[in-house]
Write a protein that binds this ligand. Sequence first.
Ligand code: ASP
Ligand code: MG
Length: 453
Amino acid sequence: MQHGTRDTVVMKFGGSSVANRDQIEKVLEIVRTARAKHARVVVVSSAHKGITNALIETARAAQVGELTPRRVLDLQAEVAASLGCPDALLAPFFTEIRDLLRGIKLVKELSTRSLDYISSFGERMSVRCIADFFTRAGVPARAFDVWDLGFITDERFGNARPLPGYEAAMRDAFATRIPEGVIPVITGFIGKTRAGEITTVGRNGSDLTATLVGAALEAREVQIWTDTDGVMTADPSVVEGARNIPAMHFDEAAELAYFGSRMLHPSTLLPAIANNIPVRVLNTNRPAHPGTVIEDRVEPGGNIVTSIAYKERQTVLTIHSVRMFGQSGYLARVYNLLGEHGVVVDMIATSEVSVSLTTNTREALERALPALRELGRCEVEEGKTILVVVGHGLHDAKGMGARILGAMAAASVNVEMVSYAKHSINFSMLIADADIGRAVPVLHRELFSSTRG
Ligand code: ASP
Ligand code: MG
């Protein structure tokens, strides 16, 4: 085993990439090619498309007394049969799922702990089917539950993270447990505590598993294989002219992930940034397309604007108070209260007599309101969208603000707040949820198809 080389590539395949036999055959060819090129190839897989949702729905049904295991078992069995996997491969899991659902029905309780446990079956079954199929197709592979390779997490069910020092444990496990020439096919999304309880890193978390594994193995690159040509300039389902972004800096991608782009789980990039590992987003249906590389480098002469993203259903709080006038420490008091109640703030704008801020932690805000009312008159509005333009060149492009706001005027969209800091890589605006469908196409046309953005 080529230990310590940087020629390890972690390839993560999402639910749609492993949805059925047709898709898994594409994955097989992609892995076969990669295996010929790199010293070590590690596959991280999601559950087959729809399985995690089906598991969760079935568990919720069991909680209210309906026992419908077939809903998920049939779905899984169909994929396994199409791949030619023997029944015995999944039989123990099917038994365990049935038992678990019966248990949930009996106790009428579904804690975050049991939710993680039931959700974990999707990945545990998919990796076994995939490894079995690969091996029969001439690419020797072995399925692993990620915890058997050192990925032990804390106890935050639904949002667990590996324990400090997991990297060394994983490096050891890889060096000793994976036979030469065999491709490990590893479960994304899940983990296990030291006490042996199953956890998850959060919905859509297989990307995060991939970057965490990549960080542990000091990978040359982490590849996220999905069903679009890399990261796009805007959501292609909303904007017709949306196109691929060939390269972007880590911080641009982090902004995008945070502001609603469904591309990446928001925490995915953290391990990659911390270890300076490029993340490449690729299309399983078009493997020859170069996709998007996300790394610690800005293309010289690259685009001023990289993309447009948005986050809907935000709440705005405005505090009006003349007490702010000429006062020091007023905002500190506001922030302290918000912090105490766990209110996460995204955008903020202040004047001498008011401060407006946005959050999507509405419940936390409710808890903070009585104390905030001591600081001034509070107004809460819902149904807002934060629309952001992301790009490294924004801060020294003259007239960019006028172009962005001009496009909003042309789309007859009212901009209620604006936030743009010095050297910022994002220009954020607050608009009504109802306006998003009008705003994005016009803004995209202005920034990406007129004079070069
Ligand atoms: N299967 C998990 C989910 O559906 C994790 C993932 O797909 O990344 O959330
Ligand atoms: Mg995903």
